[in-house]
Design a protein around this ligand. Structure first.
Ligand code: MLT
Ligand code: MN
Ligand code: ZN
Length: 298
C-alpha cells in the first residue's frame, strides 16, 4: 500500500485571508496576488478509496467540495471513513458540525480531546448511534482506514484557547495536544500541526521518517506583536516558530527526514508570499510550504 496525503487546508485558524484582518498577506490574498489558504486539515489514505481526515476545519465543506477523492461514490456513500483530532482547537473541530448529515464515520481522539467535545452540547448533533466516538490511548496503534495505521503521541502544547484559565502552561505534555504517526505497509509519515518545542524524545521519534508535516504557524515568535495584531507570541499560543536559533528550521536541520512539509501557517507568516526571502530560506533548508490542494504520494 502506498501513502497518500491531500492538503485540504494549509492555514492556521482564521485562514488566509482572515475575515477581519487587514495585514499585508490578507490584503494580497484578497486581491489575488498570493493564493488563499483555508484552515488546517489533511486527508490521508492508503488504498485511495477510503480516506481519513486529520482534523476537521471550519472550511471543511469547501475543502471536500473541491477534492474529488472525497466526493460521494453513490447515494450517501462517502469515501470519508474517519476523522482524527490532534487537539480541541476551534480550527480543528468546528468542521465536525458540518459532518452532521446522518453519515456514519469514526471519530478518533484522546480522552481529553473527546471530553472537550463531549462538554459542548452542540456536538451532540453528531449522534452517538451514527458517529462512533473512539477514545484512543497514547502510543496505541489503531487502524485509521484500511491499510493505514495511526498512533497518537504527546507533543508539548496547551489546552484549547476556549479552555484557558488564568495560568496557561504552554509546554504541557499529555492528551491535550498530540501528533499522529501514520504507517502503511511500506511508508510512514507524521502529522504535527501544533507543537511548542522539539523535545529530544520527539526528535528521536521523527528521525528516519519518510515525511513530516509540522507546525508552521509563525516565522518569528513576535510576528503578531510586531505587526500590531496581537499581544501574543507564538510561544504563548503553543507554537514553535520557523526561524531563529530555537526555531524549527534549525531544530530539524540534522534530523534525517525524507520530506519536510510546513502546515498550519498563520496568515501573518511571510512564507505565504511565494516570492518572499523567508520562503526561500525555508525552501533552501529543505522545507515545502504546504498549499491547499497539494498532494503527496509516498
Ligand atoms: C492555534 O493553533 O493556536 C489555535 O487554533 C488558535 C485558535 O484557537 O484560534
Ligand atoms: Mn490552530
Ligand atoms: Zn492577516
Amino acid at each position: 500500500m502506498t501513502f497518500r496525503a491531500s492538503i485540504l487546508g494549509a492555514a492556521a485558524g482564521g485562514g488566509l485571508p482572515q475575515w477581519n484582518c487587514g495585514c499585508e498577506n490578507c490584503n494580497l490574498a484578497r486581491s489575488g496576488a498570493i493564493p488563499e489558504q483555508t484552515q488546517s486539515s489533511v486527508a490521508v489514505s492508503a488504498n485511495g478509496d477510503d480516506w481519513a481526515l486529520l482534523n476537521a476545519s471550519p472550511d471543511i465543506r469547501q475543502q471536500m467540495a473541491r477534492t474529488s477523492v472525497l466526493h460521494p461514490t453513490d447515494l450517501r456513500v462517502s469515501p470519508l471513513k474517519s476523522v482524527v483530532l490532534t487537539n480541541g482547537d476551534i480550527d480543528h473541530v468546528a468542521g465536525l458540525l458540518t459532518l452532521r448529515e446522518q453519515q456514519p464515520f469514526t471519530l478518533f481522539a484522546t480522552r481529553d480531546i473527546h471530553q472537550a467535545i463531549q462538554d459542548n452540547p452542540i456536538f451532540g448533533a453528531l449522534k452517538p448511534e451514527i458517529v462512533d466516538r473512539q477514545i484512543i490511548a497514547l502510543e496505541n496503534p489503531f487502524e485509521l482506514v484500511p491499510g493505514l495505521w495511526a498512533t497518537l503521541f504527546p507533543v508539548p502544547g496547551k489546552v484549547p484557547l476556549y479552555l484557558e484559565q488564568d495560568v496557561v502552561q504552554t509546554d504541557l505534555v499529555g492528551e491535550q495536544t498530540v501528533g499522529v504517526y501514520l504507517k502503511t505497509a511500506e511508508k510512514n509519515a507524521f502529522y504535527i500541526p501544533g507543537c511548542s518545542g522539539l523535545t529530544p524524545d520527539l526528535r528521536d521519534r521523527l528521525d528516519g521518517a519518510d515525511m513530516v508535516m509540522f507546525d508552521g504557524t509563525l516565522w518569528r515568535d513576535d510576528e503578531m506583536v510586531a505587526a500590531g495584531l496581537s499581544q501574543k507570541t507564538g510561544n504563548r499560543m503553543g507554537h514553535m516558530s520557523m526561524s531563529g536559533d530555537d526555531g524549527s528550521i534549525a531544530a530539524f536541520a540534522d534530523i534525517e527526514i525524507g520530506k519536510k512539509v510546513y502546515v498550519h501557517m498563520n496568515n501573518t507568516n511571510p512564507v505565504l508570499r511565494p516570492s518572499s526571502g523567508e520562503r526561500a530560506i525555508a525552501e533552501d533548508a529543505g522545507w515545502t510550504i504546504a498549499q491547499d490542494g497539494m498532494e503527496f504520494h509516498l
